[in-house]
Design a protein around this ligand. Structure first.
Ligand SMILES: Nc1ncnc2c1ncn2[C@@H]1O[C@H](COP(=O)(O)OP(=O)(O)OP(=O)(O)O)[C@@H](O)[C@H]1O
Length: 499
């Protein structure tokens, strides 16, 4: 067999957080000239492994060798200096500084003369990097807060690429990107491979992993199960290796019945914002209304408007009984739940515990007289954490230390506990592994059968088709199609209206 040029070797790596053994005797070899996939269930250790390689934290045991030499970066800057860069799962940018300052964070001295940073020079250099990636629409001097989730991720990719890394780690980034953004990402990592560099690519999407990666390593409960070359890819087997048991292939709804009631739960009329153009819709009890489109079509903004988080320039939103939804407090009183796509900033209180996050919106319900007893709170939080199989040390653990997918489960659990009547889910399965994905679909189905109203915003077309009673497609802020539930709906049916 042809001898491979190994760029990074990890040997016998262990890492624990309290009682959680995140990595157990992990060994992995990454070659030059390859895109190496890393898959595993939520909490299996993917981010822990990649963040140790990227210098964000240290392992307890084990060694690494990089370009033939012992390697153990003290911090992220040392790793970057050695040629290892990472694009993380969450937002790792600062919104109150410019795009250029974000790209060159920690590298400002390159643009310094004396104590002054030459921002003109920095902006020009950032422009070159952005243009190199085809990001002509992003302005180097603009504050990052003026850009959306996807554009911020693309700025992170630009930052990671700037120093021409030898090894680039991409941790569950594609879910934040539209087709356009993903094409930029794939072009970038293919380019690195073709320059004899390497990429460690983490994703929950097995189809994507199979299409993008030359080899894939599967992690389960902190241990390596196996590494497969492309010739041995088989999605069913890979899923089984990930979860350690047989799993159903079809986890979407199988019925094609009509929606359960015609009673209106929410009504939006002629909504206009900077993005949305004259959007009107009705959501009924006993239905899942799917909203599909490209990430920047206005669908995430629509979710915020419906929950009262964002005021439209014109138009109105009210509940079926005519109550205007002007802000989130009214929405909460009317038993509306909203799970934002922006998990860390809007859906969770990161520095609070799992228990506090799950209980907060339900405190009124938990009160006995004027007080909430700790025992009642704990039982309540445990019940909902358990329902969604949150992988945790203890219920009083800080949410900030959970894996990305487990944070998502807490975000969902928090709203389930409220026993809301209307649910607005924005990308409910973002970053969630196949096992829990099917649990969430099950849950949506159970809510529907209980005649709750569910609005599901999603960038994943199979999910929109598989779960919705009706689908509304948004394109450039306008509704372009309404499609009823049918066996004949395919991704192509929707794409026709999306692009
Ligand atoms: N700083 C931390 N403190 C406590 N526990 C942690 C910390 N970081 C990770 N963990 C735990 O280690 C385990 C592995 O987490 P990790 O983030 O590596 O998983 P992952 O495979 O990347 O998951 P996901 O797919 O959900 O992103 C999880 O149980 C997680 O809760």
């Amino acid at each position: 067999m042809e001898k491979k040029d190994v760029i990074l070797t990890v040997n016998g790596m262990d890492k624990s957080f309290g009682a959680t053994k995140a990595l157990k005797n992990v060994g992995i070899e990454i070659y030059r000239n390859e895109i190496h996939g890393l898959i595993g269930e939520n909490g299996s250790g993917k981010s822990t492994l990649s963040s140790i390689i990227a210098g964000m934290q240290k392992c307890d045991e084990g060694t690494m060798e990089y370009c033939g030499r012992p390697y153990g970066p003290a911090n992220i800057f040392e790793a970057e200096k050695a040629g290892i860069a990472m694009v993380g799962q969450e937002q790792n940018t600062l919104e109150d500084i410019s795009v250029a300052e974000n790209i060159f964070i920690g590298k400002e001295e390159r643009f310094q003369s004396g104590p002054i940073v030459n921002s003109g020079k920095m902006n020009r250099e950032a422009r070159t990097v952005l243009d190199g990636l085809g990001l002509g629409k992003i302005k180097a001097e603009e504050q990052l807060k003026h850009y959306d989730f996807e554009q911020r991720k693309l700025v992170e990719i630009a930052r990671a690429l700037y120093d021409r890394p030898e090894l680039m780690i991409v941790d569950e980034t594609s879910t934040a990107l539209s087709k356009y953004g993903r094409e930029i990402l794939y072009r970038t990592i293919n380019g690195l491979r073709d320059q004899n560099k390497a990429v460690l690519f983490i994703s929950h999407d097995i189809v994507e992993i199979m299409a993008v990666c030359d080899r894939v390593t599967i992690l389960r409960d902190g241990e390596i199960v196996c590494t497969l070359p492309k010739e041995q890819y088989d999605s069913h087997t890979m899923k089984q290796y990930m979860v350690g048991r047989e799993i159903e292939e079809n986890y979407y709804r199988t019925d094609y019945e009509n929606r359960l009631t015609d009673e209106v739960a929410l009504r939006a009329e002629h909504i206009n914002t900077e993005v949305l153009k004259d959007v009107s819709l009705e959501l009924h009890y006993g239905e899942i209304l799917g909203i599909g489109g490209l990430t920047d079509c206005g669908m995430h903004e629509l979710g915020q408007v419906l929950f009262g988080l964002r005021r439209p320039v014109a138009g109105s939103v009210c509940t079926g009984d005519g109550t205007p939804l002007k802000n989130p407090s009214v929405a909460l009183k009317k038993k509306i739940a909203y799970i934002s796509k922006n998990r860390d900033k809007e859906a969770l209180m990161l520095s609070s515990t799992i228990l506090e996050n799950i209980c907060l919106p339900s405190l009124d319900k938990l009160k006995k007289g004027l007080l909430v007893t700790p025992g009642a709170e704990k039982a309540f939080a445990l019940k909902y954490a358990d329902l969604l199989s949150v992988k945790m040390d203890r219920i009083t653990q800080n949410v900030m230390y959970l894996s990305g997918g487990n944070k998502q489960k807490v975000a969902v659990a928090k709203w389930l506990g409220t026993d809301a009547d209307i649910y607005i889910f924005d990308c409910p399965t973002r970053g969630i592994d196949v096992g829990v994905q099917s649990d969430i679909y099950d849950l949506l189905e159970r809510l529907r059968k209980k005649k709750k109203a569910i609005l599901m915003i999603s960038e994943e077309l199979p999910e929109v088709i598989g779960m919705s009673d009706r689908i509304l497609i948004l394109k450039d802020g306008s509704l372009t199609a309404e499609i009823g539930r049918s066996k004949n709906t395919t991704e192509n049916t929707l794409i026709h209206y999306i692009i």
